[in-house]
Design a protein around this ligand. Structure first.
Ligand SMILES: [Zn+2]
Length: 329
């Protein structure tokens, strides 16, 4: 069953949310205190200016083509933004909750099915979900693999409480504040979080420590080589600060994981939405996607669009990327 953008991300609600983010940014961030950084993937400081979005400057790495915000707000100010801003509570209550059950069906169930196939020995594994949210993914995974131990890692107190009520062991803090858990996990999952991080390198170093030798990290993140991102570029709604700071590509995410000690076992772009997102922008917001894309959107058959999306997915050009890394023994 194909997924549509409107089902999991209502256009008008999402646009309202983006407005709130813009207001929060004005209230909560001091642009002159932002921190200069090297490329979050390859650590070089050779980059080109791309564009500014609500005051945040995006640059592209000339070595590995990662797109990233530079300079960027400090870790502390980002934490403050995520815990206390109006837009965050709107996201939870008005954006996420109404579509939570659709997202369970369309996103979390397939995710759980995918990872359950990776878990060869389906018993007695310690499986942690970093940024567990309301625990939807863990619930679905537990249904498929009941004889394992599940841990929700979720720094937001409200969401951590919900995970606790669902019966999961909960670590209600950020990764760097987790102590005495080294070499404990068989699997750690990180869905749509890497793009938000102030320092992805340190984050994956922490994951490496928490995993047992031979343990796996499975992550999903945005792929800057993705069809909709390349087509829309600064108009892309996936590029919104201060949330999304890092946009890797298949090569640069590999560099990042390698430098934390992981071997890459698999990189895929299983996204289904690229063409649909372009269609929404062309038809709903008058975006000019270039002659051919405009033609395809307006005159192409559903079959043509589906086939294009399949090609995009298979050739690592979807903006939704999934990576499996293994900690060496
Ligand atoms: Zn780079």
């Amino acid at each position: 069953m194909r997924m549509k953008e409107e089902e999991i991300r209502k256009r008008d609600v999402f646009n309202k949310y983006l407005e709130l983010v813009e207001n929060d940014v004005k209230d909560l961030f001091e642009f002159n205190s932002f921190i200069e950084t090297n490329c979050p993937a390859c650590d070089n400081n050779d980059y080109n200016y791309e564009f500014v979005k609500i005051g945040f400057k995006y640059v592209s790495c000339n070595i590995c083509a990662t797109l990233f915000v530079n300079p960027r707000p400090s870790f502390e100010s980002l934490k403050e933004f995520y815990s206390n801003s109006e837009s965050t509570s709107f996201w939870i209550n008005d954006f996420f909750k109404p579509v939570a059950e659709v997202r369970r069906e369309k996103i979390f169930k397939p995710r759980a099915e995918h990872i359950s196939r990776l878990i060869v020995n389906g018993k007695n594994n310690v499986i942690g979900d970093i940024g567990a949210g309301f625990g939807l993914f863990l619930e679905e995974l537990k249904r498929l693999l009941p004889d394992n131990h599940f841990i929700a890692i979720e720094p937001s107190r409200d969401m951590a409480e919900i995970c606790g009520k669902k019966g999961f062991e909960v670590l209600d803090r950020c990764l760097e504040n987790i102590e005495d858990m080294e070499n404990r996990f068989d699997y750690l999952t990180v869905f749509e979080l890497t793009e938000h991080l102030f320092n992805p390198g340190l984050f994956f170093n922490d994951i490496f420590k928490l995993l047992k030798p031979g343990g796996y990290v499975l992550l999903t993140t945005l792929n800057v080589y993705g069809f909709d991102m390349q087509t829309l570029w600064e108009k892309s709604k996936s590029i919104f600060p201060p949330h999304h700071l890092n946009f890797f590509n298949p090569k640069s995410i590999s560099l990042l994981l390698n430098s934390s000690g992981f071997n890459i076992k698999e990189i895929e772009t299983p996204g289904q939405l690229d063409v649909d997102i372009i269609e929404g922008m062309v038809k709903g917001e008058g975006f000019d996607a270039g002659r051919f894309c405009n033609l395809l959107i307006n005159e192409g058959s559903p079959k043509a669009k589906n086939e294009l999306q399949t090609w995009i997915r298979r050739n690592l050009f979807s903006s939704h990327m999934r990576v499996l890394g293994q900690k060496s023994y």
